[in-house]
Design a protein around this ligand. Structure first.
Ligand code: GKR
Ligand code: MG
Length: 451
């Protein structure tokens, strides 16, 4: 008996992997300056019921090749068997020789590709198909089903360098009618300009929460921007994420006075003096009375076991691209039962990921922290005909079956053409940085502009 007759759900007739690229600003982080382009990989599935399922994940040749290698395990399989398909992929997967298991506890972005799991884009596309078959939105298929109709989202603030200092093809939006689109490509390196960034974002998307990407200027200087934000938004929830750039001593020194100002602190410190980031963060938590969030010290269940055992973290930003949709919601359930908090980390992404985040966060029980999203930096580069909107600081959760959105293949093929023209498909934050500081090299303990 073939599976189609036995189980009766549609069969996947085609899996396509389409790498794509989009435009970015010269955003600053500990790992350097974002390049003019970012890359992603899309999965597009067709099934025997005539539906199309879509998924998006991080870019780069490694993830693209991993997805392509999964095609024989996906095509011909039933949509309803998505768990078995993922299980088969896991069982067939081998750890890459270059993967030393370090993860991203030191923000080495060359290791991000080992933390991101390509198959979660397949999970996304299969859930999209299953939801369409059942006539239910994806969030109803996860955990205990939909918990909310809209998802609180934060305004992800970045220091931005002057793109004219780099001989690289950054996009220019000075002619845009949209005040945010105009602003997002300009230099913003002072507390005043960070507050202006927040104000323009607040006007466009209605955010009540903000996170500043730190690890760029000296820690004490970045705290001045946080104080300025708190002054401008006394009721706002303000956070900072230096990606582990500060030593334990410095982190305690600059964070202690911020009790009552910061809502949480994300990855303030990393591994040092032979201690892992989990041990160092636990010591930080003993010294400073602030909730601590992470997307660096707990990126899989084994790391999470140690982080939880050490009480090193209060808020796990369990990105579905690291943990899977099922895994991310499982984490949300566990954290809620333990009195801890769930949220999601993000990297640059298109609106397919935005939609996926909306469904996962809609299924997270309890009171998740406002969701991270880089989408505001990409808004306008839509790959969907019906991109979910962020209004009054909330991201809408599509109500239609599956992901509830429709892919715009014309835009996808344009983004694929852009990708094909790039000389490099992997993220490299050092190249642009070297225009600002000649010979610049990544150092996980030194803010990018402190050399
Ligand atoms: O986009 O440069 C960036 C971020 O710094 C990203 O790489 C981080 O992974 O935002 C992320 C984080 O929360 O650590
Ligand atoms: Mg982070």
């Amino acid at each position: 008996m073939d599976h189609k007759t036995e189980y009766g759900t549609p069969v996947i007739t085609e899996m396509k992997v389409i790498p794509v690229a989009g435009y970015d600003s010269m955003l600053m982080t500990l790992s350097g300056a974002h390049a003019p382009y970012f890359t992603r990989n899309l999965v597009i599935l067709k099934d025997s019921a005539g539906h199309t399922g879509i998924g998006e994940i991080h870019g780069g040749d490694y993830t693209c090749a991993a997805l392509e290698s999964c095609i024989p395990l996906v095509e011909g399989q039933q949509v309803g068997m998505y768990r078995k398909v993922l299980d088969n992929i896991h069982k067939a997967a081998k750890r890459a020789d270059e993967d030393d298991g370090e993860g991203i506890q030191s923000l080495d972005i060359s290791k991000l590709k080992f933390v991101v799991k390509a198959e979660w884009a397949i999970e996304c596309a299969m859930l999209d198909l299953l939801g369409q078959y059942l006539g239910l939105p994806v969030c109803e298929l996860l955990g205990d089903g939909k918990q909310r109709d809209q998802v609180e989202t934060l305004g992800y603030l970045f220091y931005v360098s002057d793109k004219n200092k780099a001989d690289l093809p950054y996009i220019d939006e000075s002619g845009s009618q949209d005040p945010w689109f105009q602003l997002r490509r300009q230099e913003m390196l002072t507390p005043e300009r960070i507050v202006e960034q927040a104000q323009v974002l607040q006007e466009k998307y209605g955010f009540r929460n903000f996170k500043l990407k730190g690890g760029v200027l000296a820690g004490a200087e970045e705290m001045e921007a946080i104080k300025a934000l708190k002054k401008a938004y006394p009721d706002g929830r303000i956070n900072i994420d230096p990606n582990g750039a500060w030593s334990l001593d410095e982190a305690i020194k600059i964070c202690k006075p911020m009790e009552g100002i910061l809502t949480y602190i994300e990855d303030p410190c990393g591994p040092e003096a032979g201690y892992s980031s989990r041990e160092i963060m636990a010591e930080f938590k003993n010294a400073v009375n602030l909730p601590v969030a992470t997307n660096m010290i707990a990126t899989d269940w084994r790391q999470f076991y140690h982080a939880a055992a050490l009480k090193a973290v209060d808020i796990v930003l369990a990105d579905p691209h690291f943990w899977g949709f099922g895994g991310s919601v499982r984490m949300a359930q566990l954290l809620n039962d333990w009195g801890l908090t769930w949220g999601s980390h993000s990297n640059n992404h298109f609106d397919i990921t935005l939609t996926a985040f909306a469904h996962v966060a809609a299924a997270a029980p309890g009171t998740p922290t406002a969701l991270d999203t880089h989408w505001i930096w990409q808004d306008g580069q839509n790959l969907l005909l019906d991109t979910p909107e962020i209004k009054n600081g909330y991201l809408e959760v599509p109500k239609k079956p599956g992901l509830g959105v429709t892919i715009n293949m014309e835009r996808v093929m344009e983004a694929n053409a852009l990708y094909k023209n790039l000389k490099n498909h992997d993220r490299d934050d050092a190249e642009a940085m070297q225009f600002l500081i000649p010979g610049w090299k990544f150092d996980s303990k030194k803010p990018a502009l402190v050399r």
